[in-house]
Design a protein around this ligand. Structure first.
Ligand code: ADP
Ligand code: MG
Length: 257
């Protein structure tokens, strides 16, 4: 049977893709920002999304988390097609962690409270269990000793690591990270990338928008290059960086490498 005849299974089975994005289009008014986007993400896969500013990378991430609606196409996560709204959406969204460029911690809550809040509210954990889980995660990202502090007392790199711990606390099936190191001072970038490499090694399914090509080479299973709302090229990192195919990818890489 040729691969074209193979049915795409979108539910059940550990081998089925965790994320299936099928012919997704999105406009902002006249602006066509996502153009016929189709791709899949396997369980445990790390996909790095790169491309010029304005190419639709953030909109792509936000659509997967339904922070943006889409005009057409479908996004399926673990066998369930994402609805556009409703209670079911909240549950599905809780399965997808998101870490943004700006740290987005709750400014008036301690680090520990930032990490325990959603697991208690959304997952129904007791405070004791939520705190135990939070401390394990804060340990994992190297900021357990900051648990009692307020976010503003932490460095940017520490805050971003707390943001990662906070999303892990929901035990998401997938984590989206949209330029998680772009707002950081240079000396703090590696401490966050190291945490991300650790997650990748632990088998976390991740979609990461980043300009950090060292991370892409080290941790990505696949690079997805976006330009002008399209997936222009998709390849393993060694292939993409060593032998980009499209003129746009060649041009982009010549500017950043
Ligand atoms: P990237 O993350 O690759 O820089 P974005 O997904 O943020 O790209 O943006 C893609 C395009 O959509 C850009 O032209 C941007 O200006 C536009 N855009 C993004 N968000 C909105 C919005 N809420 N309303 C209107 N235009 C938007
Ligand atoms: Mg962006």
């Amino acid at each position: 049977m040729s691969s074209a005849d193979t049915p795409v299974r979108v539910s059940g089975g550990a081998e089925a893709p965790l994320v299936v994005i099928d012919h997704v289009d999105k406009h902002f008014g006249e602006l066509h920002v996502l153009k016929d986007i189709s791709t899949t993400v396997a369980r445990g896969e790390v996909v790095v999304v790169i491309g010029p500013s304005g190419s639709g990378k953030s909109t792509f991430c936000r659509a997967i988390n339904r922070l943006e609606t889409i005009d057409s196409g479908t996004i399926t996560i673990d066998g369930t097609v994402l609805p556009s709204e409703g209670r079911e959406l909240a549950t599905l969204r809780a399965d997808v962690g998101m870490v943004f460029q700006a740290f987005n911690l709750f400014a008036h809550k301690t680090v520990l409270e930032n990490v325990t809040l959603a697991p208690m509210k959304v997952r129904g954990l007791s405070r004791k269990d939520a705190e135990a889980r939070a401390m394990t995660l804060l340990e994992r990202v190297g900021v357990a000793n900051q648990a009692k502090k307020m976010p503003a007392q932490l460095s940017g790199g520490q805050q971003q690591r707390v943001a990662i711990a906070r999303s892990l606390a929901m035990e998401p099936k997938l984590i989206l990270l949209d330029e998680p190191t772009s707002a950081l001072d240079p000396e703090m970038i590696n401490e966050v990338l190291d945490v991300m490499v650790g997650l990748a090694k632990d088998g976390m399914t991740m979609i990461v928008v980043t300009h950090e090509m060292g991370f892409a080479r080290k941790a990505a299973d696949r690079v997805l290059f976006m330009a002008d709302g399209r997936i222009e090229e998709e390849a393993a990192p060694e292939q993409f960086f060593g032998n980009p195919q499209s003129p746009r990818a060649k041009d982009f890489l010549s500017k950043i490498l």
